[in-house]
Design a protein around this ligand. Structure first.
Ligand code: GRF
Length: 200
């Protein structure tokens, strides 16, 4: 059984969607550990309520690589095969990325490469796009940047606020994160340049 490690900084709804998929047998893996850089993250509490190991590793004031060594150590301790960033508000160092080559996923609430970074749903509204969506991608050391595994569109409505758009995108996030994890765990893919190609 493959072992997932979840990194989060806040609410943790993507973590809960993944945990629901694991519990329902839609993902054939276990969640070995949930780690947060913010001790107060709601996602940590949600993990504990589900009986999943939840570890707080505060990042405040620490050099990026020193911090990442602590997180990688915790992931290794739990023998994690695939790392899933779920609202983890930190850039990973090149060291971290090298430790888990093509074994780190992130979810982002836009159709990348549009609107990377913070407040992607707000950025989409400000730009006036008619379609936004969400993306699950492999993580490299650049912001919201690595090869794309799954994307799905969400229509922008004339009466949308950042909140209503974010809520519709979030429902799709919860669905495609499970899909992307299953693709990656199946091992039936390869990366050519920036493209993730399904095999078989
Ligand atoms: C999600 O919108 C995700 O795409 C972004 O951060 C948010 C995290 O939400 N990276 P949650 O903590 O999973 O509820």
């Amino acid at each position: 059984m493959k072992r997932l490690g979840i990194l989060l900084s806040g609410r943790g709804s993507n973590f809960e969607a993944i945990a629901d998929s694991v519990a329902a047998g839609r993902i054939g893996a276990t969640i070995a550990v949930v780690i947060s850089n913010r001790p107060e993250a709601r996602g940590l509490e949600a993990a504990r309520e589900r009986g999943i190991d939840a570890v707080s590793i505060p990042s405040k004031g620490l050099d990026r690589e020193i911090y990442d060594r602590m997180v990688v150590g915790e992931l290794r301790k739990h023998e994690v095969d695939l790392v899933c960033l779920a609202g983890f508000m930190r850039l990973l160092s090149a060291y971290f990325v090298r430790e888990f080559p093509l074994r780190i996923l992130n979810i982002h609430p836009s159709l990348l490469p549009a609107f990377p970074g913070l407040d992607a749903q707000h950025q989409a509204l400000e730009h006036g796009v008619k379609v936004s969506g969400c993306t699950v991608h492999f993580v490299d050391e650049f912001l919201d940047h690595g090869p794309i595994v799954v994307q799905t569109p969400v229509r922008v409505r004339d009466d949308d606020s950042a909140e209503t758009l974010a809520a519709r995108i979030l429902r799709e996030e919860h669905r495609i994160y499970t899909e992307a994890i299953n693709i990656v765990l199946s091992g039936k893919w390869r990366v050519e340049g920036r493209r993730v190609i399904a095999e078989g």
